[in-house]
Design a binder for this molecule. Structure first.
Ligand SMILES: Cc1cc2nc3c(=O)[nH]c(=O)nc-3n(C[C@H](O)[C@H](O)[C@H](O)COP(=O)(O)OP(=O)(O)OC[C@H]3O[C@@H](n4cnc5c(N)ncnc54)[C@H](O)[C@@H]3O)c2cc1C
Length: 305
């Protein structure tokens, strides 16, 4: 069975691209290795996203809305984890762990994964205090101390959520200033406003060890004053994302993001890359959707030639 376009990844970029391609009359399929939605599914209140009537919107609501729109437009969800891609005279062959699919074009929207802290033994604490979703398990740390690692948008967003539950949120950041967008910084400031002792910021510091027998009990933080041991029941690493580009074999930049031109085309004929997997991605949902619209337009144009 041959498709006009196959989109790899059912995150917001992939769902938007698939919907736009299907609405343009192209036979469109998607492959997704896990569940639709990608990174947004762990976020209860999206920032910089114009929810309906200005209302706050959750990531999972948004993802549900977009997968519904994609399905209504005729997108076929094929499932599977993409493992390789090759171009030949007939188009593009996409390999997955559930078989291979042929398409005239492929849009790579495989997004990014959370970067680990790089602390010894970190993996042993996954789901035992090491979390990537403050919205999911915030209630479990009610009254406890927690550590958020990072100084960008997602760190401040997670810390703001935890402000509602934790006794003290320790933010451990290797820099000397935060680098969150103003809208995110405002949410963070508001969450801790007037709450003496609820926030402790460790500048120029890194987490050097996590301790605990049946889950996290303490965290070692190393900074200008030496190493301190903080009591903590949970750690939220927000130290960046790693593009899910390795399976493609396509040329990438120093961060591992796929190199694209102005049309978001990669170096492989018929293959575009959009969203968090591509070099130069803007980082917000509106950027993911703009990428999707650009790629869908150029794919449509190239198939009409
Ligand atoms: C904690 C956090 C909070 C954020 N909050 C906001 C916010 O409030 N507002 C905002 O505008 N932006 C926010 N962002 C950014 C936004 O979530 C991302 O920019 C956007 O979700 C990226 O979408 P994507 O579709 O490119 O990638 P992803 O969401 O990563 O989706 C990629 C999809 O591809 C799938 N996939 C990966 N590899 C394969 C493969 N080999 N085969 C098949 N499928 C594969 C994955 O399972 C995933 O479903 C936040 C990000 C984080 C981490």
């Amino acid at each position: 069975m041959s498709f006009d376009v196959i989109v790899v990844g059912e995150g917001i970029a992939g769902l938007a691209a698939a919907r736009d391609c299907a609405r343009a009359g192209l036979r469109t399929g998607t492959v997704e290795q896990m569940m639709f939605g990608g990174l947004v599914t762990s976020i209860n209140e999206l920032i910089d996203w114009p929810g309906e009537g200005g209302e706050a919107c959750s990531g999972s609501d948004l993802a549900t809305q977009w997968i519904t729109e994609a399905a209504d437009a005729g997108v076929e969800s094929l499932g599977g984890c993409a493992t390789g891609i090759e171009a030949d005279s007939a188009g593009v062959l996409l390999h997955t762990d559930a078989g291979s699919h042929r398409a005239r074009c492929v849009i790579v929207a495989s997004g990014a994964s959370r970067r680990p802290l790089g602390v010894a033994g970190e993996d042993a604490y996954v789901d035992r205090g090491l979390s990537h979703c403050a919205d999911c398990d915030g209630p479990l740390v009610k009254g406890a101390d927690v550590v958020v690692v990072g100084g960008g948008d997602s760190a401040l967003q997670e810390a703001a959520v935890l402000a509602h539950y934790a006794r003290t949120v320790h933010v451990v950041h290797r820099g000397t200033t935060f680098r969150a967008r103003p809208a995110v910084q405002a949410v963070f400031d508001q969450a801790f406003a007037g709450r003496e002792g609820a926030l402790s910021i460790r500048w120029q510091s890194t987490v050097t060890a996590i301790e605990g027998e049946d889950g996290i009990e303490a965290v070692q933080v190393t900074g200008p004053g030496g190493t301190a041991r903080l009591q903590a029941r949970a750690v939220y690493p927000c130290v960046g994302l790693v593009p899910n580009s390795g399976w493609t074999g396509l040329p990438v930049d120093a961060a591992g993001a796929i190199l694209v031109d102005d049309r978001l085309a990669t170096s492989m004929p018929g293959v575009h890359a959009i969203g968090a997997v591509r070099a130069g991605y803007g980082g917000r949902l509106v950027d993911a959707i703009a990428d999707a619209a650009i790629a869908a337009r150029f794919v449509k144009e190239s198939l009409e030639c």
